[in-house]
Design a protein around this ligand. Structure first.
Ligand code: NG6
Ligand code: CA
Length: 503
């Protein structure tokens, strides 16, 4: 065969090569809960809320006890997950406003872009919170760059959080159900005349803020930021789980015949917690507990769909949370009053926003029946590792500069070993480092608690804990082990200074 003949027969094949390369690999579903704590799930010890679907996933897979989000808040955790880079390395990766520009550079080597290259069809459904567009984005036009420009083939997202405007869904490049005669405007500085606001019109509210959250009212709930117009496109909080779970399920159905990667980031259990009426009263903990029940229902819908499509044994399912739990996160929703003896962070100290382990040690379940053996694993793993791990798994070679902090922990994720990464870096206001049983928290000034009372873990002196005997970080032993503190702080500083940590 000459060169010409060779090309004419092999080119059409090359087009199909992407799909073919992935054909032997399982599909991947990454389900990302919001603000769900280590102790909020039945299989991690919760008793006052039932999570049968998560429990069944854990019972047929691996339940990790030392898995971490990269940060104690949403945007930086998601940034790290997508890029394999610690968010603390980049300015502007803190919790974003709803009108922020996209913070993941288009063209960058990301988790979804890597999987696209490996032959997967990639979809993002649910919470985004990584910014959209550039400066002065027009919400009534093409909304880009966004998920489609950083590696997703399909997206159905809400831009930031449930408590931030604009309260609309964006499918690919367009706001869903937008009436062109009622254009959307968004501002984080200036109120729009005639638009009711929580601060000025509290009589219109069905749920009142405990802190902030007093700007534009949408669906009887005041939010962070101002918006006007887009009335036909505004979401109804009670229907959010149904809407996005429906889209996630549809993505699975539409792509059943080929390898896919679904990134499904739920709104639950973030504020405002407004579950659908069918979940109201499912627990005795009020909306926060009921939102966990709703979240578990979403998990069940995904698992049942995989079963129905006969994809269960060929799908790697991962469930985790973007940061630890929070009780009062700015709305008076009974979460504090009705918490009782429920421990959202289980045995851990702190939660969302905190340098203590409750900030980032989160539920993490991996299930792939027939391949991953059931069990519990204490292997240290971090969400920043997903990129290098799944790249190794799909035989993709990471470019030298890509994913600077991502380690291949795939053998641990598949339960082949209990050796995970050699250390964990946690990111709240302060950075922390865990090596073996020791944990150091870098000295950090500032308040001990935030405006809604959540413990931040700040201390102007370094803190040291022996997690083997004191998982709850009650006894700071820095004074007794000055050498250990010095050694670990130096290691953490080196990780910061080097600009990368991937082997
Ligand atoms: C805080 C909000 C909180 C939540 C958080 C982001 C107030 C008082 N608090 O500023 O309600 O929205 O930002 O949460 O406004 S995250 O899970 O997306 O990181
Ligand atoms: Ca979160």
């Amino acid at each position: 065969m000459n060169r010409r003949q060779f090309l004419s027969t092999s080119l059409p094949l090359l087009a199909g090569a992407r799909a073919w390369a992935a054909a032997k690999l399982p599909s991947i579903v990454y389900m990302y809960a919001d603000d769900l704590g280590y102790g909020d799930v039945g299989c991690y010890g919760a008793t006052r809320v039932k999570t049968p679907n998560l429990d069944r996933a854990a019972a047929s897979g691996i339940r990790f006890t030392h898995a971490h989000s990269s940060s104690a808040t949403c945007t930086p955790s998601r940034y790290s997950l997508m890029t394999g880079e610690y968010a603390f390395r980049q300015k502007g990766t803190g919790v974003l406003a709803g009108d922020a520009s996209l913070i993941v550079q288009p063209g960058r080597y990301t988790l979804p872009a890597m999987l696209q290259q490996a032959g997967y069809r990639t979809g993002a459904v649910g919470k985004w919170h990584l910014g959209l567009g550039g400066r002065d984005l027009d919400w009534n036009g093409e909304i880009k760059p966004g998920p489609l420009e950083v590696g997703f083939d399909y997206s159905f997202i809400f831009p930031a959080t449930g408590d931030r405007v604009p309260c609309v869904f964006v499918e690919n490049h367009k706001v869903v159900n937008l009436d062109p005669n009622d254009p959307i405007r968004v501002s984080y500085d200036t109120p729009f005349p005639g638009e009711p606001r929580g601060a000025a019109n509290p009589e219109l509210l069905k749920m009142k803020p405990s802190h902030g959250h007093d700007k534009t009212i949408v669906n009887g709930i005041s939010r962070i930021g101002y918006m006007s117009g887009g009335k036909s496109a505004r979401w109804v909080d009670e229907d959010m789980a149904d809407t996005i779970t429906g889209r996630a399920v549809k993505f699975l159905e539409d792509n059943r015949a080929r390898p896919f990667f679904l990134y499904f980031a739920t709104h639950d259990i973030h504020v405002p917690r407004v579950p659908h009426p069918r979940f109201v009263g499912k627990t005795d903990m009020g909306p926060r507990g009921d939102a966990i029940a709703e979240l578990d229902w979403s998990v069940g819908r995904v698992l049942d769909t995989l079963d129905k499509l006969k994809l269960t044994s060929n799908t790697l399912f991962i469930f985790t949370s973007d940061n630890g739990p929070v009780v009062d996160d700015g709305y008076r929703d009974q979460a504090v009053e009705r918490l009782g003896d429920h421990k959202p962070a289980g045995p851990l100290r702190g939660g969302k926003y905190s340098a203590f382990d409750g900030g980032t040690r989160v539920p993490f379940v991996v299930r792939w029946p027939g391949t991953v053996r059931r069990g519990v694993s204490d292997a240290p793993v971090s969400q920043v590792d997903l990129l290098a791990s799944l790249a190794a798994f799909t035989s993709q070679k990471l470019p030298e500069t890509a994913a600077p902090d991502s380690f291949n922990v795939m053998p641990a994720l598949l339960g082949k070993t209990k050796v995970g990464r050699p250390y964990i870096v946690e990111h709240a206001n302060a950075l922390s480092l865990i090596v073996g049983d020791w944990k150091v928290i870098q000295p950090h000034g500032g308040a001990k608690r935030n405006e809604t009372g959540n413990e931040l873990g700040n201390d102007p002196q370094a803190q040291l804990f022996d997690l083997a005997h004191d998982l709850g970080e009650q006894k700071n032993v820095a004074g007794e082990h000055p050498e250990k503190v010095k050694e670990m702080l130096a290691m953490l500083e080196k990780i910061q200074k080097d600009g990368r940590s991937r082997p």
